[in-house]
Design a protein around this ligand. Structure first.
Ligand code: SF4
Length: 324
């Protein structure tokens, strides 16, 4: 089956049929170049030749009350992930300035935990203000925020809110039992209603099926989330998923392509697990797979690659960094 019809549908903003979705899921290795070219054409239609770069700082690490099975920061698992309270705002700003010098235009302040406690909140407000002053668009991933907290953070310059759904509603109970999926969906809706730029996506390779992948993409489409982070599991010793295999790069590329067809005009950002899955050898393929953005630098609890190598890859692909 060729990918012409699914491409045309995506360009028109229409959903593919089940048969067309299945053809992407089941694409053989020799069909991969054609599939990726098709997904890349949709991406180019909406985003031209620009690649959006973002970076994060792990602003508060570990001791999370939730039990997400993939996560090094859950207090339910025994991992080697660092544990520390919220970093001083000036330290967060230093990381932002380094990211700006490396080419990032968006900077995420990421913290473990389900909610933001009162004593931390003022620190976040100050950190957001300093990141904005460093010339970056500040994003936050602090867990669930109230409408009042969002208003205060927006007044300080907050641009974006990041809250992953992680997987489908159907599979979520296999991933986390300490909170309901609907709480995460509501957190995304609240941030969208408050006018924040919302990044919400998930993690792949945690035992979910292709149907779960499609289910999450369709929910994100319905929610009108503008930006979808795609993470691939790096199995962390001490978590329940420590023995899961790394995802096969060809499968990861099929996921990215499928998300481009299901979410044609949304930013699709490849984040955690990028280097672990693709290595240096195959990471160039990602730029031609339908992805429109990359997280650069280190991830939350795992190392990323050298930013210079990502920038070189982008130049060699004839693309350029998005200027905001
Ligand atoms: S993914 Fe987030 S909510 Fe879940 S355990 Fe990790 S830090 Fe906590």
């Amino acid at each position: 089956m060729s990918f012409t019809s699914i491409t045309n549908k995506a360009l028109a903003g229409d959903l593919p049929t089940d048969r067309e979705i299945r053809a992407v899921m089941e694409a053989e290795e020799e069909q991969l170049p054609e599939l990726l070219r098709a997904a890349h054409a949709v991406r180019t239609h909406h985003f031209g030749g620009t690649v959006s770069l973002c970076a994060i700082v792990n602003a508060r690490s570990g001791r999370c009350s939730e039990n997400c099975s993939f996560c090094a920061q859950s207090s339910h698992h025994r991992t080697q992930a660092p544990e520390y309270p919220l970093l001083a705002p000036e330290k967060i700003a230093q990381a932002a300035r380094r990211a700006a010098a490396a080419g990032a235009r968006r900077f995420g302040i990421v913290a473990s935990g389900k909610f933001v406690g009162g004593s931390d909140f003022e620190g976040y407000v100050r950190a957001v203000r300093l990141v904005a002053e460093a010339g970056l668009l500040p994003d936050m991933s602090p867990g669930i925020l109230t409408t009042e907290q969002i208003k205060s953070l927006k007044a300080a310059g907050l641009f974006g809110y990041h809250h992953n759904l992680e997987t489908s509603a159907t599979y979520f109970p296999q991933v986390c039992t300490t909170h309901e999926y609907e709480e995460d969906v509501q957190a995304v809706k609240t941030a969208l209603e408050c006018g924040l730029y919302v990044c919400s996506g998930g993690i792949f390779g945690i035992g979910e099926s292709w149907d779960d992948r499609v289910e999450m993409a369709l929910l994100l489409r319905d929610l009108e989330v503008p930006s979808v982070p795609v993470n691939f599991l790096t199995p962390i010793p001490g978590t329940p998923l420590e023995h899961r295999p790394m995802m096969d790069p060809a499968e990861a590329l099929r996921i990215v392509a499928l998300y481009r067809f299901l979410l044609p005009d949304r930013a699709i950002r490849i984040c955690g697990g990028r280097l672990a899955v693709f290595g240096e050898a195959r990471k160039a393929e990602l730029l031609g797979s339908g992805a429109s953005g990359l997280m650069v630098g280190d991830y939350l609890t795992t190392k990323g690659g050298a930013v210079e190598s990502d920038l070189r890859e982008i130049r060699e692909a004839g693309m350029e960094i998005e200027q905001l």
